[in-house]
Design a protein around this ligand. Structure first.
Ligand code: ADE
Length: 414
């Protein structure tokens, strides 16, 4: 796969670390020695996952995902399935930037985990034939973390910051001039001897990713040229991704199996790819040469993933709203405490899909189960619940990610 080992920065012994291109004096690309970044996104994610519940349908990336995603993730926009509007905007802007010989404007991706924010950052770097530096908000705590990072940048490089909403105030303020004017202000000495030096930086592209766009400061958000929301994928798009992954992994799968996996993947490519591996292993264990619909469905049933992609945790969440709170509304914190999950995980990982597929409604007074949730769980609705649901269906659904996100002037909202 072209570009796989190109241009990524990682810790020694963790994934790729080669350098794709540096400019020689004459401007021709030439190979160079790999250099190290302080913290790779891979390291951050693996460490954070130690604290997380591991489930088949979690949108969070596990270390197994990380390994196998490398083989199956698309490298170029042409291979990337779904997010059609976003792709055409990126194609246009990348072509325009390339024809002017400039770096692409800064891009912010927001939306639930597992929808391809990191993959798209890599795709942008590949399309721009640029290097990518991967890091995350929490690992850029001190000024020297930021300075060390921007110090490594070269003209046109892509700097990817995952969980950008978790940048410290100091880091954020150091980044402002870096992304706006491509300069960094260094402070040396103490007391009377304090000196500030303004150093120029090469023109680079910042790609930020967040599951909580509402938590980004306006000042930071305004500095992105493109603000792009990633949506859940349709069954057709997921079928395309499943078929592509199966082909890359050399797994023979009938159309019915592909669709069974796509239907249960919660609109999320990361989960779809995880289910492909699971079904493949189940098929091997059963001695199936070609995986048909029945084999795929039994594999998925054995993991208690239902026909609409809900797992035990999802169903429990809905049952609690229905049984303990008479269908809601129930506040996020109360709900999180009842199911023994932290409220951030509930809000960022579990809820978005349930809301998007119409199982939960998020109202100003809390979460409510919908008529569809009652129907899916085979529960009868009392007259009180029916009228409560009817009343709330007129309340505008709160937008999970776009709170505080009206488009800014001069900013493309995709
Ligand atoms: N693998 C993960 N996400 C993908 C996508 N959007 N298109 C193709 N393959 C993928």
């Amino acid at each position: 796969m072209p570009g796989k080992e190109r241009g990524e920065r990682a810790l020694p012994g963790k994934g790729t670390g080669s350098k794709p291109r540096t400019k020689s004096a004459g401007g021709a690309p030439e190979p160079a020695e790999p250099r190290e970044t302080k913290t790779s996104i891979e390291e951050v994610k693996v460490n954070e996952n130690l604290n997380r519940r591991s489930t088949l349908l979690s949108c969070q990336e596990s270390s197994a995902d990380l390994k196998s995603e490398q083989a199956v993730r698309p490298d170029r926009l042409g291979e990337y399935i779904g997010q059609t509007r976003l792709k055409s905007m990126l194609t246009m802007s990348i072509n325009a930037a390339k024809s002017r010989g400039e770096a692409l404007d800064h891009v912010l991706f927001y939306g639930p985990p597992g929808l391809g924010k990191t993959t798209l950052a890599r795709v942008i770097a590949n399309e721009m034939q640029a290097r990518i530096h991967l890091t995350s908000g929490p690992s850029l705590e001190r000024p020297r973390d930021i300075i060390g990072l921007v110090h490594q940048l070269e003209e046109g490089d892509v700097l990817f910051i995952d969980e950008i909403h978790r940048l410290s105030r100091i880091a954020e303020e150091l980044l402002y001039p870096a992304i706006e004017d491509f300069v960094i202000d260094l402070t040396t000495g103490k007391g009377h001897a304090t000196r500030t030096m303004r150093l120029p930086l090469p023109k680079f592209t910042l790609v930020g990713a967040t599951t909580k766009a509402g938590m980004l400061s306006n000042a930071l958000r305004d500095r992105f040229g493109f603000v792009c929301r990633l949506d859940f994928y349709t069954i057709e798009e997921l079928s395309g991704i499943v078929a592509r992954t199966a082909a890359i992994l050399n797994v023979a799968m009938e159309t019915e199996a592909v669709e069974a996996i796509a239907r249960r993947a919660r609109g999320t490519p990361r989960i779809a790819n995880r289910l492909v591996r699971l079904v493949r292993d189940f098929g091997h264990y059963q001695g199936a040469e070609i995986i048909d619909g029945a084999t795929a469905s039994s594999a998925l049933d054995s993991y208690q993933v239902d026909a609409l992609g809900l797992d035990v945790t999802d169903r429990r969440l809905l049952e609690i709203i229905i049984d303990n709170y008479d269908g809601g509304p129930v506040g996020l914190e109360t709900l999180a405490a009842t199911i023994g999950e932290d409220s951030d995980t509930l809000e960022d990982v579990w809820e978005p899909f349930l809301i998007q597929r119409g199982f939960i409604q998020r109202t100003p007074r809390g979460r409510m189960a919908t008529a569809f949730a009652y129907q899916h769980l085979g529960r009868a609705m009392s007259a009180t619940v029916s009228s409560k649901i009817l009343l709330n269906s007129e309340v505008k659904q709160l937008d999970l990610f776009a709170e505080k996100l009206p488009p800014q002037s001069g900013q493309a909202e995709v």
